[in-house]
Design a protein around this ligand. Structure first.
Ligand SMILES: [Zn+2]
Length: 464
């Protein structure tokens, strides 16, 4: 991936923050250009709510158009992760189209996708209160302490996630500020599951009431902390903005998840085929609630994200990853994903021939922020970069579970994608991970024949 941050992120967000505190209206029709701002939704634990994306367009003159686009519209462009932050042009209907405006067409022009993340990302938490809802007991010190460099503080967390490539030094909090409108003024804006207008208004009004006492352009990101819910979701995106209800900021895992969206990360998924992308227990960007640690002050604690996500943010250097795309039989030592400074691999990508898809092979262990994971095992994902949740956990036994033995590959077990002549076997445990053998092309068949003796009944095998 390209190295575009930190400079571009700073430029992008600074110009965004300098925007006039009101959304634009699309008076005239025709083509307009700008930067596409994408936000991803996350429901509260145990709440069944569909996964949504909301989109707005940051215009060059500093104004913002809130768009009436849904996930399907963005899926046609390679998924929301592929166009978030992209330079785009949209064709607006003549006569305007109101707010949100549904464009007649949307064309990416340049950029977008997943910018590498490195360096310091100073965030400010703006505590904004609906005037008709009582203030919570948590005050400024709670929100400032959330950024601490001790577990589970966000500075400590992002350093661990990124192998010390990203920190949030310089982050702080301010508030409580009183919003200019009661809660219903904002929630009344949600209609037809279109959230872009409400997210825009919450952003405009919260930054508006804070701007007198906070120098917003000196921060690369803003966590908007509200004193009540605003629909069933928390939100993150826009290249550095999150919207958090109390159940969000009372669980630092949610802040980690939404800041992951702010870095540009999509959700991952399990492979049960349902519409719920919050059910992969191995990823803070999916099921952030389950198999997570808990903190007395900051609630559910975020686990690590998967190797595919770490890689698209540039956190796995070339020496720690490899790609298998030619015939052969190879052995790799892979260390668990929480381990910084390892000499062994963190990621093996196995290309699925004739496609843009690939498998990722990683090791997860119950340590650090992964301390409450289901187990210590080799974990596989099948990645299709163009779909809404690119990475799907491989679990051939019970795809809806993902925390069972079918997802955890152990010595003696092989994943066999016979149609694509890919065989991934776990050979043995090592000091910090597992030795993995991969047969590719005709080698997978030879390897299969040679390997397949002993207690084959213990194997998981055969891709769907
Ligand atoms: Zn989310």
């Amino acid at each position: 991936m390209t190295t575009r941050c930190v400079t571009l992120c700073l430029v992008g967000l600074t110009s965004l923050l300098a925007a006039a505190p009101s959304s634009a209206s699309a008076e005239n029709g025709g083509w307009v250009e700008g930067t596409l701002l994408v936000a991803w939704s996350t429901p509260e634990a145990g709440v069944a709510a569909p996964s949504l994306t909301a989109a707005s367009l940051a215009l060059d003159d500093g104004r913002r158009l809130d768009l009436g686009l849904d996930a399907d519209d963005l899926a046609g462009l390679g998924g929301p992760g592929a166009v978030a932050g992209a330079r785009v042009r949209v064709l607006l209907p003549s006569g305007g189209g109101g707010s949100p405006v549904r464009p007649l067409a949307l064309e990416p022009l340049a950029g977008g996708g997943f910018p590498d993340a490195s360096g310091s990302y100073p965030y400010v938490s703006l505590m904004c209160a609906f005037p008709d809802v009582a203030l919570p007991s948590e005050g400024l010190s709670y929100f400032q302490g959330m950024y601490a460099n001790v577990m589970p503080g966000l500075d400590h967390y992002w350093r661990a996630q990124s192998y010390d490539m990203v920190d949030v030094v310089g982050s702080t909090a301010a508030g409580w500020f009183t919003l200019p409108h009661n809660r219903s003024h904002y929630t009344d804006m949600i209609s037809g599951n279109n959230y872009s207008v409400m997210l825009g208004a919450l952003y405009d009004d919260c930054t508006g009431v804070a701007s007198g006492s906070v120098n917003l352009p000196s921060y690369v990101g803003i966590n908007l902390m509200f004193n009540e819910t605003f629909g069933p979701y928390a939100w993150g995106g826009w290249g550095g903005v999150t919207w958090e209800p109390p159940w969000g900021w009372r669980n630092v895992a949610v802040i980690g998840h939404e800041m992951g969206h702010a870095f540009g990360l999509p959700h991952s998924n399990n492979a049960d085929g349902d519409s719920d992308p919050y059910d992969n227990p191995w990823d803070v960007m999916s099921n952030s609630w389950g198999y997570a640690l808990s903190d007395q002050t900051y609630g559910t604690v975020g686990k690590h994200t998967i190797s595919y996500h770490k890689d698209i943010l540039g956190w796995i250097p070339a020496a720690r990853k490899t790609t298998v795309s030619t015939a052969g039989y190879r052995t790799f030592d892979i260390d668990h994903l929480t381990l910084a400074g390892t000499a062994n691999l963190h990621l093996v990508r196995v290309v699925i021939p004739g496609s843009s898809r690939f498998y990722t092979v990683e090791v997860r262990d119950r340590t650090g922020y992964d301390g409450n994971l289901p187990g210590f095992a080799v974990i596989l994902h099948e990645v299709d970069p163009g779909r809404q949740e690119p990475a799907w956990l491989v679990d051939l036994v019970d795809p809806a579970n993902g925390a069972d033995a079918g997802a955890m590959w152990l010595p003696g077990e092989c994943f066999d994608d016979a149609a694509n002549q890919i065989l991934i076997c776990v050979d043995s445990v090592t000091a910090e991970g597992y030795r993995v053998e991969i047969g590719y092309g005709e080698w997978s068949l030879l390897f299969d024949d040679g390997f397949e003796n002993g207690t084959t009944s213990a194997w998981s095998s055969t891709a769907p």
